[in-house]
Design a protein around this ligand. Sequence first.
Ligand SMILES: [Zn+2]
Length: 311
Amino acid sequence: MDELAEGIRRVTLPLPARPGHVHAYLLPGEDGWTIVDTGLGLPDARERWAAELDGLPGRVVRIVVTHFHPDHVGAALDLAELTGAPVSQGRLDYEQCDLVWGHDDWADVLVDWFRCHGVPDHVMLELIEQGSRYRPFIRYQPDPELLDPGDHVDGWRTVAAPGHADGQLMLLRDGVLVAADHLLGRISPTVGLWPRSRLDPLGDYLGALEETIALEARLALPGHGEPIVDPAGRARELIEHHRERLAATAAALGDEPRSGYEVPHPLFGDDLTPSARRFAVAETLSHLERLVLEGGATRYEGVGSVTYTSA
Ligand SMILES: [Zn+2]
């Protein structure tokens, strides 16, 4: 456990794949600690948390989950059982959490959706397997206390940060932003279009980045990587990054209709691991949908297929 500014503590938990770690933050409060995020529910999650919390002065009074991705929500139940503390999660985020992790039909939904976006059958299996890899390590808390943007949690205000996940929430107090995966220091958070999610995640993300600039936070504590001392500057870089990516995606389109799978991904290139390919398709689609809304691309919907051309 690391001590950060203003009494905030940080626990770093392992992930089996890149980026190899995820941070949880412990926020000190009047009646005890608020833990933000829980790590992946690996078989030893509970023991690991018990060891981290051993010697912590005061008790844990609350657990906040920023978003439903496996590395953040995975050990929520373990941690709740260990501490006896209630779990809070965003209303929209919990809805999606339950939709994706609480139902066995999610793989079928993904197959239909990837197929519709041009993923050939011979790569489908590895994409789907990749997506269910973490499923055994997700033990979320059913019926959490639901949060909405603007709510207050022990003096921290919840701030909507859609894009990386539709219902992602950050926490802000006195210029310190617990930023989840909205702002990361060295990597660009993935912003993908997924089935049954909001229709323009990149537009949501760019809007949320503009709002992040307006927050004028002096420190951001991200889910991965080191604290960010210029959150507004980092938000501007990420906006710029996506503007370049939008231009590259537009340049890759022509008169010939292409699926989201066929449009080359400017960052990932052609040599993709199954995991990277999953995110590449979803990210390409979030850029294509933004282009459609900005008048830079046209979408064609056929029977069971979606393709794009330049506008
Ligand atoms: Zn994460």
